[in-house]
Structure formats: structure tokens, C-alpha cells
Design a protein around this ligand. Structure first.
Ligand code: KG4
Ligand code: ZN
Length: 395
């Protein structure tokens, strides 16, 4: 029988603070025992984007409570009989840069027992470094006090792995057999990449954006249209109305790099074209114009993503296509990609994450952690002292 392994995972790379408790079982199954997530959307919405210093503070404020909540949901939270001694001095490495984090973590570690957890998985990049450090320092603290090994996780691998595990019921997932090679389209607020894998855990980037990420373009277009942050769902909602009502195409936007011959992307040109279209009107936009512009923008962005993905699929003979990252929640992208692939490449499987796991969360980090541990536990753990945040970490 496969030994069951419990992983506590930590995600703080951007504006979501996440803690999850996952248990791996037999036959490549994973159960979510606890999943606590706190979004900073309200904090950042007023700026139309994420402010690193504010993100760090919000992570530090929330993370201890989320650990407590996730452990409690997993029925792994137990108070101590007598306070654990010396926690404050054991956590002295937090004294200078993470005083706020320590303020919450120290009492928690003083009054609660070491839980029945085998590994800690933590995002070390890519992302906002001050935000990443909160997660990493939390992992260091828990690892030190509880004596639990730590596995550093690449956030983008988390996005890929999430789509690869298929949900079998409320909280259980299974890793079904996958035909190789896998082509992953990673689309988020910070990334737009095409990645090829001959096996899970091996990643070769074959294309990426040369400027803005596609999610970032959605967010900027939302701002121009006066829609709330994060812009993806709002812009997409207007675009859907425009499409469903078969309204007129009032604007024409470019499809940058559609025929560039490589797998790279560029989204800043579409975004600028949206800005100019609004400026050229030289008056308040009507609601009809807003829907038409959102629709044309979504059409342009998704057309480029789908075209390049099909080109890479064809040229690299991919057998499975995985879509990951916040923009994987975009229904038009899901429809277009599934439809084109089933028509042109009926033998190719397309995998999307569950909608609620498309944007950042800790379950995806735990899933990547479980995969790494089950493949090679010794090699994957790191001395916590050596953990570093790497904002530009590549796959
Ligand atoms: O993966 P994620 O949660 O965070 C990063 O790692 O960046 O992705 C967030 C991005 C945001 O830019 C957001 O606007 C975009 O994903 N997004 C969407 C949709 N849902 C989220 N973009 C288009 N359509 C959506 N439905
Ligand atoms: Zn992400």
C-alpha cells in the first residue's frame, strides 16, 4: 500500500493568501482536507493593480489565521496542554523584516501542537518578492518549530498540475494517465507562456509574451472601460453579452504576432489600441460601445492564444493540452480551444482546471508538492535556511 502523505501548502506570490492541507492516497489520488484562502482584491481594487508593500502586509496579517483554519478543517488542530517554550527566541530570524508575521505566528506556535503533517510545500516564485517572502518565512518558521521538511514550489508548475488532476468528488482528485508530450498554455496576470513537457515535472518553455501578460491586458482594458479589478471576469462578461446579442462590431483591434512564425506573444499593442479607440471617441462611451470594445478585445486576445497553441500542438505533436492560470477561467478561451482541438485534433485531450482552482490558491501548490514528493522525496526537500524568493523564477 502507498503510504499516505499529508502536505501543508502555502501560496503568497501575488494577492491571494492561501493555505491548504492535502493528503495523497493510493492510486494517485489526492484529498483536500483543508483549504483556506483570503483575497486582497478589495485592498488593491482602488489602485487597479497589486501594490507589493500592501500585499506583503495583508499576507502577514492573514496567514496565521488561515493556517489555523485549514488545520481545523482538516481536523488537525490541537491546543497544547502547556505553552511551548522559547518560541519567540526560536523565531528571532523574523525580528527585522517580518515583525508583523511574527506577532501572529509566535502565539499560534506557543499554544498549538505540531500537527500530523509530513511536508510543507511553499511557493518560492515567480511573483512579487515581498509577498513571496511572507510565505517562505512562514514555511521556515513552521519547519523549524515543528521539524517538518520543506519543498520549494514553482507557482507556474502549480497552475499546470491543477489541470492534470481530475476531480472525482467533492474533495478528491485523481491523476489519470496522460499521453505525452503535454503542451501547457499558461495564462495569468503575470505570465503568458507555452510550455512543452515530455513528462510531468520536466518543462521546456517554447514561447512567451514579449511585453504584457494576457491577464494584465484584461486588467488594463477593464480600467479603461471603468470596470473593477481584477478585470478578466468583468471584461469577459461584457464581451459575452455583445456576442450573445449579436451586436455590431464597432471596433477593429490588431492581432499582434499572429503570424510571427514563433510561439511568442505580445499584448501591449492590443491594450494601446483599446486606449486609442476610447480616446478617439472624445466623449463618454455608450454601454453598447463598451460591450463592443470588450468583445473585440476578448476576440483578439483569445484568437492569438488559440492560434499559437494550435501551431505548437501541431509542430510538437502534443497529445495533451493543459491550460493553467487565472485566464484559464475564461469561458470563451475554454470554448474556442476545446472546439478547435476537437475538430482538428480529435485524439488530443484538453485539460482545464476546475473553475475555482484557476486563479491563485494553495491547493495547486500542494498538488505540485505531492507530485514532487511521490517522485523523489529526498531530492525535492530543501534546507529551509537556503530558501529564497525569486520573483522571476522560470519553469
Ligand atoms: O493566476 P492568477 O490568479 O494570478 C497570477 O498568477 O497572475 O491570474 C489572475 C489574472 C488576472 O489578470 C485576472 O484578470 C485574470 O487572471 N482572469 C481572467 C479571468 N479570470 C481571471 N481573465 C480573463 N477571463 C477571466 N474569466
Ligand atoms: Zn497564478
Amino acid at each position: 500500500m502507498t503510504k499516505q502523505i499529508k502536505v501543508l501548502s502555502i501560496e503568497t506570490s501575488c494577492d491571494e493568501t492561501g493555505i491548504a492541507i492535502l493528503e495523497s492516497g493510493a492510486e494517485k489520488t489526492i484529498s483536500i482536507l483543508g483549504n483556506a484562502l483570503s483575497s486582497q482584491i478589495e485592498i488593491h481594487a482602488q489602485y487597479g493593480g497589486v501594490f507589493p508593500a500592501l500585499a506583503k502586509r495583508a499576507h502577514a496579517e492573514k496567514i496565521t489565521f488561515l493556517i489555523q483554519q485549514a488545520l481545523s478543517d482538516a481536523e488537525l488542530l490541537e491546543a497544547v496542554d502547556a505553552p511551548v517554550e522559547n518560541i519567540s527566541s526560536d523565531l528571532s530570524f523574523l525580528d527585522e523584516k517580518e515583525t508583523q508575521l511574527k506577532e501572529h505566528l509566535a502565539p499560534f506556535l506557543t499554544y498549538y501542537k505540531k500537527p500530523d503533517v509530513d511536508y510543507i510545500a511553499v511557493t518560492v516564485g515567480p511573483g512579487l518578492e515581498p509577498a513571496l517572502w511572507v510565505g517562505i518565512n512562514t514555511a521556515k518558521a513552521l519547519s523549524k518549530i515543528w521539524n517538518i521538511p520543506v519543498i520549494p514550489i514553482n507557482h507556474m508548475e502549480g497552475h499546470i498540475v491543477t489541470a492534470v488532476f481530475q476531480r472525482i468528488n467533492e474533495q478528491d482528485f485523481v491523476l489519470s494517465p496522460i499521453d505525452m508530450p503535454i503542451l501547457s498554455l499558461l495564462v495569468s496576470g503575470g505570465h503568458t507562456e507555452l510550455v512543452l513537457s515530455s513528462e510531468l515535472g520536466k518543462y521546456q518553455k517554447i514561447g512567451q509574451t514579449r511585453d504584457d501578460a494576457v491577464g494584465e491586458a484584461f486588467d488594463k482594458v477593464a480600467r479603461v472601460l471603468g470596470l473593477p479589478y481584477p478585470g478578466g471576469p468583468a471584461v469577459s462578461g461584457l464581451a459575452r453579452e455583445w456576442r450573445d446579442n449579436e451586436e455590431e462590431r464597432l471596433f477593429e483591434l490588431p492581432r499582434p504576432m499572429l503570424h510571427s512564425g514563433d510561439y511568442d506573444f505580445s499584448f501591449s499593442g492590443i491594450k494601446t489600441a483599446v486606449l486609442y479607440a476610447v480616446r478617439d471617441l472624445n466623449r463618454e462611451m455608450t454601454d453598447e460601445e463598451k460591450r463592443a470594445l470588450a468583445g473585440e478585445f476578448e476576440n483578439a486576445a483569445i484568437e492569438v492564444l488559440v492560434h499559437k497553441t494550435l501551431k505548437a500542438l501541431n509542430e510538437h505533436n502534443a497529445q495533451t493540452v493543459v491550460v493553467g492560470g487565472g485566464v484559464a477561467g475564461n469561458t470563451y478561451l475554454r470554448e474556442q480551444l476545446s472546439e478547435k482541438i476537437s475538430k482538428l485534433y480529435p485524439d488530443v485531450t484538453v485539460l482545464f482546471p476546475e473553475m475555482w482552482l484557476a486563479t491563485d490558491n494553495a491547493v495547486m501548490i500542494g498538488m505540485a508538492g505531492v507530485l514532487q514528493i511521490t517522485s523523489n522525496p529526498q531530492e525535492k526537500t530543501r534546507n529551509p535556511e537556503e530558501l529564497r524568493a525569486d520573483g522571476n523564477l522560470s519553469l
